[in-house]
Design a protein around this ligand. Structure first.
Ligand code: ADP
Length: 334
């Protein structure tokens, strides 16, 4: 077996079926990195509790997300895939890291302010501590690299600062500062063309949607707002469908759309039809694989439990060192 270059960690909340933003912002890197790195991928259900009103869909959404990950090519033989709450050490580390975290730093984060704006009636203690739990996740597995979309960059910077504070306070180097790893497409826009693609904004296209559902969503995509009639020339530079062509279409098609849109040689409907067809062709193999996983939910849960066992070993190794650095007593007699 080849020696791996380092450790990668990433997590995402169990939001159910994943969308194109998740896929091109994060999952595609998860898949690539597992060839060269030791990868740990986590479905962060405890994080999900910070914004949830009910947990009745939690298990279902965990499974849906795991199926998307697996069918996208995350391989449990190569990577550790598990559910956050199955490895208890993360909550212990979260508590310890919270002691080196100034409260103001958390409430100043743009991600926290967004969440407050989205849901002003549910600003709970856990929500404020969301980045501390995320930092705990990353450093518990001693990750060097964290593949995420660009929206997560403040959290990675926060994690780096937390590592420095902890190591300084306890005069140790037990925790590692991770680096962010972005894809070529770190921010995919939603079908509204103005906001980041996101489930909560209902502007997403799920990677596992049917071909018909996908085409219907693509048809709703907002294009150049200045192009009112078919005969008007359009501007691909401000059109989100064109951005998607750059992902899903051949260079020749991208070139053709770029030229023809500007001189009204192609209309938005035909342009979208072409893109939807390419998108469906791209995701067809993934969708087929997913149908196989869907047949056996208990096999997926077994895989997640197995992943958690492997992750727990890594987590406990770190916690032994952390407890020692902090001066907390060990359960084991030394
Ligand atoms: P979480 O908030 O738990 O990270 P999300 O579902 O918002 O859950 O995101 C999961 C991953 O997908 C993260 O790495 C995030 O940065 C990335 N991501 C989410 N939306 C987009 C998007 N529109 N473009 C690029 N990356 C995205």
């Amino acid at each position: 077996m080849s020696v791996k270059k380092g450790r990668v960690f990433s997590g995402a909340r169990p939001t159910g079926r994943q969308h194109i933003g998740n896929y091109f912002g994060a999952i595609s890197n998860y898949v690539k990195l597992q060839e060269q790195y030791e990868c740990v991928y986590c479905i962060v259900d405890l994080h999900a509790l910070t914004t949830m009103e009910t947990t009745q869909d939690l298990a279902k959404n965990t499974l849906e997300m795991a199926w998307d990950w697996l069918s996208a090519g995350i391989d449990p033989q190569k990577s550790i895939i598990f559910v956050q709450s199955m490895v208890r050490q993360v909550t212990e580390l979260h508590t310890i890291l919270s002691m080196v975290t100034p409260l103001g730093k958390l409430t100043d984060l743009p991600t926290f302010k967004d969440k407050v704006r989205e849901n002003p009636k549910n600003v709970n203690y856990g929500l404020v501590g969301y980045p501390v739990l995320m930092a705990a996740d990353i450093v518990l597995y001693r990750a060097d690299m964290v593949p995420v979309g660009v929206d997560q960059s403040p959290h990675i910077e926060f994690t780096r600062e937390t590592v420095r504070s902890f190591n300084y306070r306890y005069n140790t180097n037990v925790l590692i500062e991770p680096k962010i790893k972005l894809t070529e497409f770190p921010k995919i826009m939603g079908i509204d063309g103005v906001n980041k693609m996101s489930k909560s904004l209902n502007n997403d296209i799920e990677i596992a949607a049917t071909a018909e559902e996908t085409s219907a969503k693509v048809m709703q995509m907002v294009t150049d707002p200045a192009r009112l009639r078919r005969s008007d020339p359009g501007n691909p530079d401000v059109c989100n469908v064109f951005s998607m062509h750059k992902i899903f279409s051949t260079p020749e098609q991208v070139e053709m759309v770029n030229t023809e849109c500007r001189r009204a040689g192609i209309g938005c409907v035909d342009c979208k039809k072409m893109m939807a067809a390419n998108m469906n062709a791209y995701f067809a193999p993934l969708r087929e694989k997913r149908r196989e996983y869907e047949k056996d939910p208990s096999a997926t849960w077994d895989m997640l439990r197995e992943g958690a066992k492997r992750a727990s070993v890594l987590a406990e190794e770190t916690m032994v060192e952390v407890r020692k650095a902090v001066g907390l007593p060990s359960l084991l007699k030394e």
